[in-house]
Write a protein that binds this ligand. Structure first.
Ligand code: AMP
Ligand code: GLY
Length: 423
């Protein structure tokens, strides 16, 4: 099979690494990729959002499958663009249709979907500028903290958790007045849930599903979960507190009704569903849906997956995912992200990196890197991830942290405590 993978992060290097191991993979292109994906296939300088150029390239190269890493092309309708054109609809797009991607692209859509399918989630109301007065009145009656969510994609910044009701009122008004641009023209006001978060990944062909290894990511920049939110500083899989009883609840109360809800709405969904969950008491609640895999969760989930990933992805278009069984490495995997100094605020790029050849007992996934002549330079906030295995979280983390010392670049920062709160 000839495959085109879209994206350029650590998640995409993990996908490229896994796909290139498949005997079914004849040729892998990555658009645009990074210095790591280049070791698994051929990087192509195309934007994942430029559907026209991607289509031209796919036809020229006889691409059979496009694996979409990030959410943006999905929310913008890449599946529909290819599916509705008879010259392109033989190409298997891995990801949902634009309608399915609304589960991530619109918080209000996701909340209505969950209500319709009786899926446990925080109570909510949605407001627009036209209903601001009702929104302010609603906030008067809500306990604090108050959760405000921009309806649309806001680069991971659209959620505010506010302790003070008056501040929440002012922020609701700011959001409706364009604080996050068009993304916050509609705002979801949600009940605050107190508990511990984890992530469940489901692969679906629209009829059947398979559950992938469960993971937990660490979003804050600082050790002990302090400081600003980031795209993710590390992840661990499996998650010790997510036992069989909890997973049973996740499957019966959340995964099955989600798949059934997609069927009821006739939504074509051939891809990954990332369900962000919170355990409140003994019960799981949905915090959010994403229409793609997580980053850095993919960097622990795919290494633990023993199946041939391409075989699974190919099943999505045969709609026979039900006859497959997920096989997973029983060991723990941790991944530690190395980030640029200053991230998630302003940071410098183009720092020369070294140490690649002396990594032992870890898999290095590149994220924000690029090749320039003989050198590999930093090219983003999240620079690379080190994934390791162990019979315990401590053992896996020891390898990741040891190799985090080995990779060098000016300003390097990372968390040394990934997963340690779970022991
Ligand atoms: P989201 O973009 O919906 O994932 O929200 C970002 C983060 O805000 C989540 O990962 C949670 O840590 C937090 N969060 C979102 N919704 C809630 C909620 N209802 N209760 C508590 N925390 C929340
Ligand atoms: N690690 C969280 C995300 O990918 O959205």
């Amino acid at each position: 099979m000839k495959i085109l993978l879209l994206g350029s992060g650590g998640r995409e290097h993990a996908f490229a690494w896994k796909i290139s191991q498949s005997p079914l993979c004849k040729k892998l292109f990555i658009a645009p990729g990074n210095a790591g994906t280049k070791q698994c296939g051929e990087n192509i300088d195309l934007s994942p959002n430029d559907f026209e150029s991607l289509a031209d390239f796919a036809l020229k190269e006889h691409i059979e499958m496009i694996m979409v890493g990030p959410e943006e092309p999905l929310v913008r309708g890449i599946w529909d663009y290819f599916n509705k054109n008879k010259n392109l609809n033989h190409i298997k797009i891995i990801g949902p249709s634009a309608e399915g991607a609304k589960l991530e692209g619109s918080k209000a859509y996701a909340k209505a979907f969950m209500a319709e399918n009786k899926i446990p989630t925080a109570a909510y109301q949605e407001f627009t500028k036209a209903t601001l007065a009702a929104g302010l009145a609603y906030l008067n009656d809500q306990p604090t903290p108050i959760v405000l969510k921009a309806d649309g994609l806001a680069a991971g910044k659209g959620v505010l958790i506010l302790e003070d009701r008056e501040v929440a009122k002012a922020e609701l008004e700011n959001m409706l007045n364009g604080k996050f641009g068009a993304a916050s023209e509609r705002v979801v006001v949600e009940q605050f849930l107190s508990g511990i978060e984890f992530s469940v990944f489901v692969l679906t062909d629209g009829m059947h599903y398979q559950i992938l290894p469960v993971a937990k990511d660490y979003k804050r920049i600082g050790e002990g979960d302090t400081g600003l939110n980031t795209g993710g500083m590390g992840a661990v899989s499996p998650v010790p507190f997510v036992d069989e009883t909890l997973m049973q609840k996740v499957e019966t109360q959340i995964i099955r009704p989600t798949i059934q809800g997609l069927k009821n709405r006739n939504i074509t969904y051939k891809g990954f569903i990332f369900i962000g969950l919170i355990k409140v008491g003994d019960d799981p609640f949905v915090i959010e849906y994403n229409c793609r895999m997580g980053d850095p969760e993919t960097e622990v989930v795919l290494p633990r997956l023993k199946n041939d990933l391409l075989e699974l992805l190919d099943s999505l278009y045969k709609t026979d995912l039900n006859i497959k069984a997920i096989e997973q490495d029983e060991r723990f995997a941790t991944t530690v992200m190395l980030v640029s100094g200053g991230y998630p605020e302003a940071y410098e790029k183009n720092k020369k990196m070294s140490g690649f050849n002396i990594i032992k007992n870890s898999i290095l996934f590149h994220a924000g890197t690029k090749e320039e002549g003989e050198n590999i330079l930093t090219n983003g906030g999240r620079v690379c991830a080190l994934t390791s295995f162990g019979d315990s979280i401590e053992e896996a983390l020891q390898h990741s942290n040891a190799n985090a010392e080995v990779i060098q670049f000016e300003g390097k920062n990372y968390r040394r405590d990934i997963g340690l709160d779970l022991i």
